[in-house]
Design a protein around this ligand. Structure first.
Ligand code: BEZ
Length: 250
């Protein structure tokens, strides 16, 4: 279970749904379509999908995010993306900036293909190969200095790796690419680390502020410009796939 603070997320990371517009265009939602939004977070994009006339169900594994999304008046359920139980229900599955939090992508894709009607589409974007490489190295270095085990590296797949996974799970991949997307951080790297490395900082207790100083100083030469503006080294994997006709695997 995940305990994001939706206020903190909106203050430090409101760019996440804002940068989802290109993905919405790739999805091209139609009025009356049934769409599943996987990892919908605080529901900004779920609400936009509903405003297009689609019948949208959002799922997220964070109670605080589910609560924030429900306050927008959208149908959002507290469900883990690796444990979907929908069957042949959706014309499309959509996911923005969430799937890099998933550990078991085989369970995820099995659930998504099962949720879709035949020919239903799956349109998603998440961190791809090389995503936040500098940030990960800095976090790791600061923890290793303290003889602490760094967080397990997240899964940021290549195009070839994820294409093969999608095909194995019964999808036809129509479009897939890796997109380097340097992303300005409105509250600097400190704000980003406070939201997205929360569990690491919590492990450090009273040493967290000093650790943040060290991460910031390691990252300044590569991610901060001479005017003091910070940019995260994001790389996105973006794709559109559709469910193959015929019986599903498993
Ligand atoms: C991402 O959007 O790529 C991301 C955000 C927070 C932590 C890790 C990755």
């Amino acid at each position: 279970m995940n305990t994001w603070s939706s206020e903190s997320y909106l203050r430090h990371a409101s760019f996440v749904p804002q940068l989802g517009q290109a993905l919405l265009e790739l999805l091209a939602p139609q009025p009356g379509e049934r769409i599943l939004d996987v990892g919908c977070g605080e529901g900004t994009l779920t609400q936009q999908l509903a405003a297009c006339g689609a019948i949208v169900v959002g799922i997220d594994n964070s109670p605080t995010m589910v609560e924030a999304a429900r306050a927008r008046g959208v149908d959002v359920r507290l469900i883990d993306a690796e444990a979907l139980t929908f069957e042949d229900e959706f014309d499309a599955v959509f996911s923005n900036a969430a799937l890099h939090w998933v550990t078991d992508h085989d369970a995820l894709l099995a659930g998504i293909v099962r949720s879709l009607r035949p020919h239903g589409r799956f349109v998603a974007e998440f961190g791809g190969h090389g995503n936040i490489a500098a940030i990960q190295v800095a976090v790791r270095a600061v923890l290793e200095r303290r003889n602490l085990i760094p967080p397990r590296p997240r899964y940021y797949p290549t195009v070839a790796e994820y294409t093969s996974r999608l095909v194995t799970h019964g999808f036809i991949v129509e479009q897939i690419s890796l997109i380097p997307r340097p992303t300005p951080l409105p509250t600097g790297i400190r704000g980003w680390l406070q939201v997205f490395e929360r569990s690491t900082l919590d492990r450090l207790g009273p040493d967290a502020e000093l650790a943040l100083d060290e991460m910031e100083s390691l990252l300044r030469p590569s991610l901060c410009d001479t005017s003091g503006h910070w940019t995260a080294d994001y790389v996105r994997l973006r794709f559109r796939a559709k469910r193959r006709e015929g019986p599903r695997n498993g």
